[in-house]
Design a protein around this ligand. Structure first.
Ligand code: 5GP
Ligand code: ZN
Length: 118
């Protein structure tokens, strides 16, 4: 079954129907701690608007996606990750490792990251 805003866990977090450690919110975005952190710092930044992935981003969403990354960078700086470096990741599609089909930026830091990713 395709994920829609009706059965989407991130929409449920946005609507406060499901708990999450929210670290930021504004008119168009929300950020919260990842439930299974893969690094000492690991949070997710999501648009309030339900977009399944970058594939669904249209011309009308370009400012939103820009803001999503600006917020990611601001929160990374607030968490003291600027000097040590950090990884931002957007998985698109199952084969790329996407498991939640609501667009999200992973922000990870506090350890060394290798390249290329697996
Ligand atoms: P993806 O694999 O789609 O790129 O990333 C989905 C991320 O969402 C994973 O890192 C996973 O740990 C996180 N996640 C899945 N379900 C929940 C949840 O209910 N709450 C929170 N805070 N994170 C979740
Ligand atoms: Zn959603």
């Amino acid at each position: 079954m395709a994920t829609t805003s009706e059965n989407c866990i991130f929409c449920r977090i946005i609507q406060r129907q499901m708990p999450a450690k929210i670290i930021h919110e504004d008119e168009t975005t929300l950020a919260f701690e990842d439930i299974h952190p893969q690094a000492p710092v690991h949070f997710l930044v999501v648009p309030r608007k339900h977009l399944a992935s970058l594939t669904e981003v249209g011309a009308d969403d370009e400012a939103l996606v820009g803001h999503l990354f600006a917020v990611s960078a601001r929160l990374a700086r607030d968490r003291g990750l600027d000097s040590s470096g950090y990884r931002t990741v957007v998985n698109n599609g199952e084969r790329a490792g996407q498991t939640v089909f609501h667009l999200h930026v992973h922000v990870m830091g506090g350890r060394v990251f290798h390249w290329p990713p697996g």
